[in-house]
Design a protein around this ligand. Structure first.
Ligand SMILES: Cc1ncc(C[n+]2csc(CCOP(=O)(O)OP(=O)(O)O)c2C)c(N)n1
Ligand SMILES: [Mg+2]
Length: 265
């Protein structure tokens, strides 16, 4: 998935590459271990729904779609180009598997709550996964949705937050602190865990704990995932201005080399 991200990023020479490398483990665990879907039928009624609230993370999700077989690997090279099914910001009407058009931040969880409620009313056992960012925890609508999910007893809703500590204009801590985030979600009535977002075993254990929790019905669950921007590519892990990275033409190959070296260690 990280190689796909670098290959797509190179098409544009820039982009949300750091975030996508950071959340590759979260998405891999979700798509391999958790999500119920059919590659050849994105609208299969019994699928679990994965809502990408952060539309700018589309590049990350496309890398998962490619590995899952939802989008052909060959198509990734059209990323962000005119007439591509893979626009730079996630668009439900363009891409198979993209459930919502995200990008207007702070809305994903509100949609997820409505969807989870609707599915329950229909008697469906599908689950709704909402992927959101730490920046979205600065938005009031997220907390209205969090309260709503608890109020309506949405045990079929799982939120995953990329706690990358970064926003467009700088570090989250400096923009508007969201800590103590764990306590805030717990106070909103959610089954809350905080794990290393680049630790696959910890992510798997967190999802297992969601399935095994004492209160399986009626309590929404959130997994706060502390991720490392650029994870897997040391050159990008330390880069300033990491929100929208400009990567020079001669750096992509170095990034790929570093990724390959790290993977074989
Ligand atoms: C409602 C809304 N306000 C502002 C923006 C502009 N914007 C785009 S990305 C971004 C950063 C938000 O923080 P986060 O999602 O944590 O960023 P990242 O970790 O990707 O840097 C902002 C403010 C937006 N897309 N939507
Ligand atoms: Mg962030």
């Amino acid at each position: 998935m990280r190689h796909h991200v670098l290959n797509m990023g190179e098409v544009q020479g820039q982009g949300y590459v750091g975030q996508a490398l950071g959340v590759a483990d979260m998405l891999a665990v979700t798509y391999v271990d958790q999500l119920r879907y059919r590659t050849d039928d994105p609208h299969w009624v019994e699928r679990d729904r994965f809502l990408l609230s952060t539309g700018h993370y589309a590049i990350a999700l496309y890398s998962a779609f490619a590995e899952a077989g939802i989008v052909p690997v060959e198509e990734l090279k059209t990323y962000g180009s005119d007439d591509s099914r893979l626009p730079m910001s996630g668009m439900a009407s363009y891409t198979p598997g993209m459930e919502i058009s995200g990008g207007s931040l702070g809305h994903g969880l509100t949609v997820a709550v409505g969807m989870a409620l609707g599915l329950r009313l229909q008697g469906s056992d599908s689950r709704v996964f909402n992927f959101l960012s730490d920046g979205e925890l600065n938005e009031g609508s997220t907390w209205e949705a969090a309260m709503g999910a608890k109020h309506h007893g949405l045990g079929n809703l799982i939120a995953m937050v990329d706690m990358n500590a970064l926003q467009a204009d700088g570090k989250t801590e400096g923009i508007m602190s969201i800590e103590p985030a764990h306590e805030k979600w717990e106070a909103a009535g959610w089954f809350t865990q905080r794990v290393g977002g680049n630790d696959v075993d910890a992510l798997l254990a967190a999802f297992d704990a969601v399935a095994a929790r004492a209160e399986p019905t009626g309590t929404p669950a959130v997994i706060l995932c502390d991720t490392r921007i650029g994870a897997g590519v040391p050159l990008l892990e330390t880069r300033e201005k990491a929100h929208f990275m400009r990567i020079e033409a001669d750096e992509w190959e170095l990034c790929r080399q570093q990724l390959t070296e790290g993977a074989t260690k």
